[in-house]
Design a protein around this ligand. Structure first.
Ligand SMILES: NC(=O)c1ccc[n+]([C@@H]2O[C@H](COP(=O)([O-])OP(=O)(O)OC[C@H]3O[C@@H](n4cnc5c(N)ncnc54)[C@H](O)[C@@H]3O)[C@@H](O)[C@H]2O)c1
Length: 396
């Protein structure tokens, strides 16, 4: 995207893979509500007052894909994330949200990419003068080992694992010049894809949104490290009753999520928790518990040592709402990605580590302090680059 495009087009167009899921459908309601009741949504965003050269946050539209035929309104009601009083007033607008059927699961990767590129083109025609961003909200999947895949031809012909639709959406977005937010734990940022993104000027952010328990884990671990309090063990338990929770009962699908949640601590603290016991003493459990729906609950027990090695511990109980915590982050990330592309960035954006459990790219910031500092620096970098490009543009 050129800076001239940024100034011409005022609003964002979020193209959501998995638009009728818990997070996707809540996102459609938030986008609709923002236009008529900005005061109900905007204060929850971090970027609401940032990026003056981008259109106002409330000018955000959503389109997307899903595999289910049920209507968006039925999906919103079934997920039960939002009470009816919050979404009913927007039902006429929500009825108009364009959600296309996903490419058939049994089609080849190349065919999927072609269909999705054509859909992206159509969405753009329906929403001219908008800046598109792909939001990946597909279910957690088993991504397979694609690190050894060196060319697109190889990916198309042999390597593509069945049941990993994320690749089709990612490639279609890259070939269409659309920046990508990978909110899922699925590893799409393999070398061949990163290379294509860099060549075509497409930034990618990911992966695995850091919404509740892990966000607080980063904050607390960073605080304990800053005081040289030695973390001896960390036990984390989650119960959730939404589709994501059900899906994560499949050990193969949960593997990446659990590893993202577990890996994060050692990097922050600079040592392996439990080394002296010979086994890791950072444990993370996720349990599907239907009565809770989207209202997730998480417990943490943190054992740490102070002066003379004396033991102390912390108990943390988070009663969150999974999709309600996720949606403002998705909106913020979409705004970041439009701005980063206009500032000329492409490929992985490690500076957005604040938003993710498993930040991609080289040398992402790990502690809370570093993540906040990097975000500030990134904002400054974008402001300066965009100002320079605007000046260059007006001089021509
Ligand atoms: N909610 C959070 O706090 C949070 C945090 C971090 C990561 N995530 C991740 O975000 C993703 C979305 O979460 P969710 O709770 O909305 O999940 P969900 O299961 O409710 O939604 C996924 C949606 O994707 C659709 N889908 C499946 N295959 C598809 C395909 N090939 N093409 C298009 N659509 C398809 C499903 O029909 C469903 O509507 C998950 O990967 C989850 O792990 C969520």
């Amino acid at each position: 995207m050129l800076i001239s495009d940024l100034s011409k087009s005022q609003s964002l167009l979020l193209m959501v893979a998995g638009a009728k899921g818990a997070v996707g459908s809540t996102l459609t309601v938030a986008a609709a509500a923002m236009r008529t009741q900005p005061e109900a949504v905007l204060p929850s965003l971090m970027t609401g007052q940032m990026f003056p050269y981008l259109g106002p946050a409330q000018e955000t539209h959503v389109v997307g894909w899903d595999t289910t035929n049920k209507t968006l309104l039925t999906a919103i009601e079934a997920h039960g994330v939002l009470p009816e009083t919050l979404w009913k007033p927007h039902q006429n607008e929500l009825d108009l949200v364009e959600v296309r059927l996903a490419p058939p699961a049994n089609s080849g990767l190349k065919e999927q990419v072609e269909q999705l590129r054509s859909d992206i083109q159509t969405f753009r025609e329906h929403y001219p003068q908008t800046k598109a961003v792909l939001i990946n909200l597909l279910p957690a999947g088993a991504s397979g080992d694609l690190g050894q895949c060196h060319s697109l031809a190889q990916l198309y012909s042999e390597a593509y694992p069945a049941g990993f639709p994320d690749l089709g959406y990612t490639l279609a977005a890259i070939f269409s010049g659309v920046p990508i937010v990978n909110f899922t734990p699925n590893e799409v940022e393999i070398p061949v894809i990163v290379r294509e993104a860099e060549q075509l000027g497409v930034p990618i952010s990911g992966r695995d949104g850091k919404t509740g328990q892990t966000y607080l884990k980063v904050v607390l671990a960073s605080a304990l490290r800053a005081r040289n309090l030695f973390v001896d063990g960390w036990y984390s338990l989650n119960i959730l009753g939404n589709e994501d929770g059900k899906n994560l009962m499949d050990p193969e699908r949960a593997a990446e999520k659990l590893s993202n949640k577990t890996r994060i601590l050692d990097g922050i603290l600079g040592y392996q928790i439990g080394e002296r016991y010979g086994i890791p003493s950072h444990k993370v459990r996720i349990d599907y518990y239907p009565p809770r729906g989207d209202a997730k609950e998480a417990w943490d027990v943190i054992d740490f040592l102070g002066l003379f090695g004396l033991r102390m511990s912390i108990r943390l109980n988070l009663q969150g709402r999974d999709s309600v915590l996720a949606v403002p982050l998705v909106l913020d990330l979409a705004r970041w990605m439009a701005v980063l592309q206009a500032a000329g960035r492409s490929g992985p954006i490690p500076e957005l580590g604040f938003f993710f459990k498993q930040p991609i790219g080289d040398d992402p910031p790990l502690t809370f302090q570093d993540q906040v500092t990097k975000l500030g620096e990134l904002e400054l970098e974008c402001d300066e680059k965009i100002a320079a490009r605007t000046t260059a543009g007006t001089k021509q």
